[in-house]
Ligand binder design. Structure first.
Ligand SMILES: Cc1cc2nc3c(=O)[nH]c(=O)nc-3n(C[C@H](O)[C@H](O)[C@H](O)COP(=O)(O)OP(=O)(O)OC[C@H]3O[C@@H](n4cnc5c(N)ncnc54)[C@H](O)[C@@H]3O)c2cc1C
Length: 351
C-alpha cells in the first residue's frame, strides 16, 4: 500500500511530491496537465513587496528563505536549472512616490529595498523610467515549465490521466482508486477543485490571468524585472515575458482580445520599442476569498486532504507549506490556523 495518492500536476502537486520524497513517503501522482494552464504559464516570480500598499508581503522573509532552499535543492536532485535570482526596478513617477520609497527603505522595508535611489541612464533609454528608480532585492523567478518537466522524471508512480472522483472508494484506514491502494489522498487540483465532490465547498475566488511572450530589440534587462502596473523580464536572447491581467469572470484558459489589449497598454508603460507577440496564454489562479492557502483534512473523511489556494503567489507559498503539510501529516503538527481548511468547516456543514 502506498502512503498517498496526489491528484494534480501543477506547482502544488509537484512541490508536495518532492517534499514527501524527502521523508521517504511513497506516492502515486495522477493528473492531466492539459486541464489547467495555470502553473505552466505562470511567470514564476517572487517578490517580497506589495507595491500597492508598499508593505511587506505576508511572511515574505520566511517564505523566501524556504523557497531558496527548496528550489536550489530541487535543481540538484533533477540536474536541471530553473531558479534565477533577480532584482526589481521600480521607476518613480512622482516626487511623493520617491519620498515614500525613501522613507520605507529606512523603516519598514529596509531588509528588501535597496537604500540608494538610482538615476536612469543611457542603458535605460528604451525603458519607461522618467527619471529615477528604486531597487527591490530578494526577488527572482522559477522557470515553471522547466521545473514541472524536471519533476515529472522524479515520480516513481506517475499517471497522466483525468482523475474520476466517482471511482474513489473511501474506507476508514485506506482509500482505493481503481487498482491503487493508499493510506490517503491529497487533492492539488487548483481552481478545478470546484469539480471535486469532496471539497467543492471550499470558498475559492479564482482569477484568470493572461501573459505575453514577446520579442524585442534593445531592451537592456538582464537579471532585472521592470515593474510598473505590470512586469517585463528577459527569458533569453530577445525574448521577454510580460504580464499579467486579472479577470474574476471568465474562468477558463482561453487568451482573449481584451486581455491582449490590456497587456499592450501595460507594455506601453514599460518599454518604448516595437515588439512582436510570440505567445499569448491564459490560465486561472486558484485564489481564495481570504487570500490564504487552504490546506488540511476533510471534516468527515480523515484520509482525504486538500492542498490548494496558492493564488497569485504559488512560487513563494508552495515550498513552505508543502513542508508544513508533511509535518502535519507525519507528526500531527498543527497547521497555521490561517491556512487550515478547518476555518471553512462550517461551509461544509451548511452546504
Ligand atoms: C497569468 C498567470 C501568471 C502567474 N504568475 C505568477 C507569478 O509570477 N508568481 C507566482 O508565484 N504565481 C504566479 N501565478 C500563480 C501560480 O501559477 C499558481 O499559484 C500556481 O501555479 C497554482 O498551482 P496549483 O498546482 O495549485 O494549480 P494548477 O496549476 O491549476 O494545477 C492543478 C493541477 O490539477 C490538475 N487537475 C485538476 N483536476 C483534475 C482532474 N480531475 N484530473 C486530473 N488532473 C486534474 C490540473 O490539470 C493541473 O495540472 C500566475 C498565474 C497565472 C494564471
Amino acid at each position: 500500500m502506498l502512503d498517498l495518492i496526489i491528484v494534480g500536476k501543477g506547482l502544488a502537486a509537484n512541490t508536495l511530491a518532492l517534499s514527501l520524497q524527502e521523508h521517504q513517503l511513497s506516492y502515486c501522482i495522477i493528473g492531466d496537465p492539459s486541464l489547467s494552464n495555470c502553473s505552466r504559464i505562470a511567470a514564476g516570480l517572487w517578490n517580497p513587496i506589495v507595491f500597492k500598499r508598499m508593505t511587506s508581503s505576508w511572511k515574505a522573509d520566511e517564505f523566501i528563505k524556504e523557497l531558496k532552499i527548496f528550489y536550489t535543492s530541487a535543481e540538484k536532485r533533477t540536474a536541471s536549472q530553473f531558479y534565477t535570482e533577480r532584482t526589481i526596478i521600480k521607476p518613480f513617477f512622482s516626487v511623493e512616490e520617491k519620498n515614500f520609497w525613501i522613507k520605507k527603505s529606512q523603516n519598514g522595508l529596509s531588509q528588501f529595498i535597496d537604500h540608494a535611489i538610482y538615476t536612469a541612464n543611457a542603458q535605460h533609454k528604451n525603458l519607461v523610467i522618467p527619471d529615477s528608480y528604486g531597487l527591490v532585492n530578494n526577488c527572482g523567478n522559477i522557470d515553471m515549465q522547466s521545473f514541472l518537466n524536471a519533476c515529472e522524471d522524479l515520480h516513481a508512480e506517475n499517471k497522466n490521466e483525468v482523475f474520476d472522483h466517482s471511482q474513489l472508494r473511501v474506507n476508514t484506514d485506506h482509500i482505493v482508486y481503481k487498482n491503487i491502494k493508499a493510506k490517503c489522498i491529497v487533492f492539488c487540483e487548483g481552481h478545478l477543485v470546484k469539480n471535486n465532490p469532496f471539497f467543492n465547498w471550499i470558498p475559492m475566488n479564482s482569477v484568470k490571468g493572461e501573459v505575453f511572450e514577446i520579442e524585442a530589440e534593445g531592451i537592456e534587462l538582464e537579471k532585472e524585472i521592470l515593474n510598473h502596473n505590470a512586469f517585463i523580464f528577459k527569458l533569453k536572447d530577445k525574448r521577454f515575458k510580460v504580464g499579467a491581467t486579472y479577470n474574476w469572470k471568465e474562468l477558463n484558459d482561453e487568451p482573449t482580445e481584451n486581455g491582449a489589449n490590456e497587456l499592450k497598454e501595460k507594455l506601453a508603460g514599460l518599454i518604448k520599442v516595437p515588439y512582436n507577440v510570440l505567445e499569448h496564454k491564459a490560465g486561472v489562479r486558484p485564489s481564495t476569498l481570504d487570500r490564504r492557502p487552504i490546506i488540511g483534512q476533510h471534516p468527515l473523511h480523515k484520509n482525504l486532504f486538500v492542498f490548494n489556494g496558492l493564488g497569485t503567489k504559488g512560487v513563494m507559498l508552495a515550498p513552505y507549506f508543502s513542508k508544513k503539510f508533511v509535518h502535519f501529516y507525519l507528526n500531527k503538527e498543527a497547521l497555521d490556523a490561517e491556512v487550515d481548511v478547518k476555518r471553512f468547516y462550517s461551509k461544509f456543514n451548511n452546504g
